[in-house]
Design a protein around this ligand. Sequence first.
Ligand code: MG
Length: 299
Amino acid sequence: MTFFESYDPAFDRFILGNAPVKRLASGFDWVEGPVWFGDADCLLFSDIPNNRILRWHAETGISTYRSPSNFANGHTRDRQGRLISCEHGLRRVTRTELNGSLTVIADSYQGKPLNSPNDVVVKSDGSIWFSDPHYGIMSDYEGFRATQELPCNVYRVDPATGQITAVLTDFNCPNGLAFSPDETRLYVADTGRMYQGDPTHIRMFEVGAAGGLSGGAVFHSINPGVADGFRLDRQGNIWSSAKDGVHCITPEGQLIGKILVPERVSNLCFGGRAKTVMFITATTSLYSIHLNCQGVQTP
Ligand code: MG
């Protein structure tokens, strides 16, 4: 079986010749939001339609981390190692404290409820950035059908004051987002309303010293599929979800190779003891592949 398509020798260096794309677990409905917990040697991820967050451990396999999960979608960890989660069901972003209690980070903007926070990233200054498309309130499948009251924005939460600011307001449906390793760039996907002809691209913004954003031109268009979720490696390459697997895109915006996955990919993250294992959430299954490059996730 062929696990890769390479279009550039630079991509070949990331590939270990004998490392397979492995299906770790299956039988879910739509998995998303993988996040690695090295201190617990496990991966957490969402099975959104089944309203649960699952845990995968190499020795013990799959167990339930949280159910119900308020239809949680994307996750990340802050610099203190705490879990930050996007919840469709209660239309909010939460932090799981080290004692297990939940703190609401954001649930409204200008007095109106958020749509359905989708994906989230934490900058080194502690600010929390999340996308708020409307997917989770369009039906009762991944949350609760509700009336949309806000545009689909990207928000930043100030770490000192907790104040929420709409930082990107010209998206159709913002989705995956990530900073470059040096945080001088912010990449944000627009996945449109998932209809034919909608945007399927990633835009790139320059991040100023004070955190302000400029630019925003289309950086790369995913084909086939959309950039539902993506992560970066230490060289600044973007590894993005796509319909046929994971696409590797250089900092110049060039597609140099693909990891082929038998199901439509939603998201991915790096993990394992050296952050060289890519965990891939794809429709009904969780996959992994060992690579010869390291992710930049912190912690
Ligand atoms: Mg997403």
